[in-house]
Design a protein around this ligand. Sequence first.
Ligand code: ADP
Ligand code: ADP
Length: 228
Amino acid sequence: MIEFNHVSKTYPDGTKAVDDLNLHIEQGEFFVLIGPSGCGKTTTMKMINGLIDTTDGDILIHDKNIRDYNLYELRWNIGYVLQQIALFPHMTIEENIAVVPDLRKWSKDDIRKRVDELLDMVGLDPDTYRCRKPHELSGGQQQRVGVVRALAADPDIILMDEPFSALDPISREQLQRDIADLQKRIRKTIVFVTHDMQEALALGDRICLMRDGEVVQCGTPQEVLQHP
Ligand code: ADP
Ligand code: ADP
């Protein structure tokens, strides 16, 4: 599904952020990348959706090299949830969720149906929240919208880069539970970045530890716990 073959990334200033990375992420897998700040997690995520180029090696998605994808097509098929809650402040919740479906020229009816379905999925009553602006929601509620916005056009892959780190501990735990439940229903391929081992163990089907741009260990939560 997502394959990294000997992928390296060196930034123009000479920083080697990712060094000979090999990953094999299965369809429907909840895959966690964990490691200290600066170990190359975000760089890895940005290479998956073509936001930054690789220096060496190949990334395959559905057995096709990402170089052979139209970049827009690639990004539309990959939802991205950022660390910072990044809703457009001047747009309503519905408009925020509808950005990609709109670009894809979905009908107004289809968009409304999808928005309502997505808000329901994360426990936000559509009639109450559809027309609100982001600042009228709590941080946790905004990040829920951030999560479903990434799901809006039904992408195959969802990248989540420390999506809960800006939240208070209670909202964070709640969202972890919600994401775990959501994944049981939708079974998407999720690549999730965190530096919190508890979070990784709670969510991951597989956990991959990175250090200095390299993978040092990769396995199920049980395997990671047995061989720390
Ligand atoms: P993480 O997400 O694990 O914190 P990053 O992928 O953001 O790690 O960064 C990996 C390394 O690459 C770090 O040393 C970081 O400072 C460096 N880096 C990230 N982005 C750039 C950039 N645009 N230019 C130069 N160095 C960068
Ligand atoms: P994260 O919080 O996920 O670790 P960073 O704080 O490392 O992300 O990076 C935030 C932004 O700054 C990214 O766009 C990254 O490419 C850029 N960046 C990070 N480190 C450097 C660096 N050393 N030089 C230039 N840009 C960097």
